[in-house]
Design a protein around this ligand. Structure first.
Ligand SMILES: Cc1cc2nc3c(=O)[nH]c(=O)nc-3n(C[C@H](O)[C@H](O)[C@H](O)COP(=O)(O)OP(=O)(O)OC[C@H]3O[C@@H](n4cnc5c(N)ncnc54)[C@H](O)[C@@H]3O)c2cc1C
Length: 451
């Protein structure tokens, strides 16, 4: 395939997921030309392609909103489009609120938001290599249907979830727990014709069968529910061999349409999402688990007798892969103590949520302090490279801290911060490490974000 110069912009963003879209919008609104490269033909990333939701979380446990700005605009557009009811109580009790949404609407809302801001989209482009002069990136090589495109820019942003750009630029990274095993992957699927009333009636009669934090009173009135439990039925399914999924419970959330639920219960462990054979096996295992799960749900779980499969996600959901090493690494202590930083550019309020990389359980640890923590700008600056930022799931954090800050609202907030910082660097003709972080914080506040 012949190489040719395909595009040039002030800022080139790789990845059109939660972080990449808000990043590109923020940079474009600041007056920069922006190209966003995405391997799929739509925006939304894990939230759309892997049908992962609901969006968590915009509020602390006590109800204070700690994420606004572009992520808040997206929530409002989803509500207007009929693609979401907006903020609802988390009936599992893991966090205060979350936002159920229909992935198909998310794709449309994000596309409109990106286009209205002037972002140039390169779909079906797969980044694979950096072109560098020492520690500066000059361009990115992207596989496209038309051959290898080269995208030149001043600042590059890695919002690929997997940290592909930083890794190609040989920035060091970590992956997984102390044994380098990442959190499990999960293939989400949507079922229709579920009788939510029967589900709720059962839960209220058998509270011990569910996550102890469950808001039982809330379940009585809420149209949108999250459910974590059915412990005994699950155990029975494992004992009879009807299901062979390494986990201890069923987890699902109401979809946006009545009778639809998003099932977050498949689990694929001990696979490296960056290894193509492992990823291929994970896709197969995930889909095989869907079939056994549907049979199991129909047989044992009240409300699911008549359920039908509506959709499986396009790709298996990846909770964790590369955590790129940055100028600062967010730690579990920072998160759990609700630590604040003078250079904070985004916040998180979701508990540390770790699906056991090797076993069956889920660990949830709540945030202390005032219920939210800061992510300092330095977590977005990868080591070694002068003109690259990282945003979203691949930012610089430990395995445990990422258990909290990987979620969508926080990923979007880090995206807006990265796009704003990149634009400051371009507009002021200053290197990324020399821009005033206080000025970036001021712009973020003026543009509605919370820092
Ligand atoms: C099973 C599961 C359950 C979860 N549950 C929740 C939940 O309930 N609530 C919540 O808020 N969060 C949840 N999360 C976490 C959350 O969904 C993700 O961490 C978050 O969406 C990551 O956003 P991101 O923008 O960093 O990455 P992504 O959304 O993954 O975006 C990365 C984008 O980059 C593209 N890309 C990747 N590599 C390349 C490349 N080389 N070239 C071009 N494009 C590329 C991808 O196609 C994708 O669009 C869950 C995650 C999983 C997997």
């Amino acid at each position: 395939m012949a190489e040719y110069w395909e595009g040039e912009a002030d800022i080139v963003v790789v990845g059109g997921g939660s972080a990449g879209v808000t990043c590109a919008i923020a940079a474009a609104r600041s007056g920069c030309s922006v190209i966003l490269v995405e391997k799929y033909g739509f925006l939304g990333g894990t939230a759309a392609a892997s049908m992962v939701g609901p969006m968590a979380t915009f509020h602390t446990k006590s109800g204070k909103q700690i994420i606004k700005g572009i992520p808040e605009e997206i929530v409002q557009k989803l509500i207007e489009s009929g693609g979401s009811p907006g903020y609802v109580k988390d009936t599992i009790g893991a966090c205060s609120t979350y936002v159920p949404f229909e992935p198909e609407f998310l794709k449309l809302v994000l596309l409109a938001a990106a286009k209205n801001s002037g972002v140039k989209l390169l779909f079906h482009g797969w980044f694979f290599e950096t072109i560098q002069k020492g520690n500066e990136i000059l361009g990115l090589k992207v596989v496209t249907k038309g051959g290898t495109a080269i995208l030149k820019g001043k600042i590059f942003i890695d919002a690929s979830g997997d940290g592909d750009v930083a890794a190609a630029a040989e920035v060091p990274f970590s992956m997984g727990d102390q044994n380098s095993i990442p959190q499990p992957m999960t293939l989400i699927f949507k079922l229709g014709r579920v009788n939510q009333q029967d589900v709720v009636e059962y839960i209220l009669k058998h509270p011990d069968e569910f996550y102890p934090g469950t808001l039982f009173e809330e379940l009585k009135t809420s149209s949108y529910i999250g459910v974590s439990g059915f412990f005994s039925q699950w155990k029975k399914g494992l004992q009879t061999g009807e299901i062979q999924i390494p986990r201890d419970r069923i987890l699902f959330f109401s979809g946006v349409r009545k009778g639809e639920v998003m099932i977050n219960t498949t689990r694929i462990i001990h696979k490296n999402p960056l290894n193509p054979w492992d990823l291929s096996e994970a896709e197969q295992e995930g889909r095989e688990q869907v079939l056994s799960l549907i049979r199991f749900l129909k047989k044992y779980i009240p409300g699911f007798q008549d359920c039908v499969l509506v959709q499986t996600a396009i790709q298996v959901g990846i909770r964790e892969s590369r955590r790129i090493h940055g100028e600062y690494t967010l730690t579990e202590e920072d998160v759990l103590n609700g630590k604040k930083f003078e250079t904070g550019i985004a916040k998180g309020a979701y508990p540390v949520d770790i699906h056991d990389p090797s076993g069956k359980g889920i660990i949830l640890k709540q945030i202390g302090g005032d219920g939210s923590y800061d992510i300092p700008f330095q977590c977005l600056i990868p080591l070694k490279i002068s003109n690259l930022l990282i945003a979203g799931r691949c930012l610089s954090a430990t395995h445990e801290a990422l258990g909290s800050c990987r979620i969508q609202a926080t990923a979007m907030a880090t995206g807006q911060a990265a796009g704003t910082a990149a634009a400051s660097s371009v507009m002021e003709r200053k290197e990324l490490r020399k821009i005033s972080i206080q000025k970036v914080r001021k712009i973020l506040t003026e543009t509605g974000a919370v820092v």
